[in-house]
Design a protein around this ligand. Structure first.
Ligand SMILES: N=c1c2ncn([C@@H]3O[C@H](COP(=O)(O)OP(=O)(O)OP(=O)(O)O)[C@@H](O)[C@H]3O)c2ncn1[C@@H]1O[C@H](COP(=O)(O)O)[C@@H](O)[C@H]1O
Length: 105
């Protein structure tokens, strides 16, 4: 099975216009995504607790919840994963390297 955050981002985009009765994602995105943001906060706290307790299984599960809710929050603000990756790339100097490569330097 091939699965990554981009695949999850696509699923979330597909669910954005689904009925809120049938889709949890659509429920989170209703009314500008306020519920998604609050839920992401809860999941962040649960992730912190799992990390402090050193519970690896719980940390994996809460991390998955956190990543899903983060992607829903980003969707609510029309920010793509690629835009976030660009910020990370800038921090590593990666974007500069790609620019130089494209200029043949
Ligand atoms: N990855 C996820 C995902 N991770 C976590 N969750 C939901 O996030 C919630 C986590 O909240 P909690 O741990 O607090 O559990 P809870 O008490 O049941 O939640 P609440 O009642 O407080 O909302 C649960 O309801 C999980 O089902 C997710 N819901 C959906 N997805 C993905 O989104 C897709 C579309 O889902 P729907 O929008 O529901 O069709 C799914 O196929 C999955 O790929």
């Amino acid at each position: 099975m091939s699965f990554d955050l981009k695949a999850l981002e696509r699923i979330i985009a597909e669910k954005a216009n689904a009925s809120a009765e049938k889709s949890y994602t659509a429920q989170l995105l209703a009314n500008g995504g306020e519920r998604a943001a609050k839920k992401m906060g809860e999941e962040a706290v649960e992730t912190v607790i799992a990390a402090i307790q050193g519970d690896r299984d719980e940390l994996k599960a809460e991390s998955a919840d956190l990543l899903y809710h983060l992607l829903v929050v980003l969707k609510a603000h029309n920010i793509s994963l690629e835009e976030v990756e660009s910020v990370l790339a800038e921090r590593t100097g990666q974007s500069g390297l790609e620019e130089k490569a494209s200029r043949g330097q």
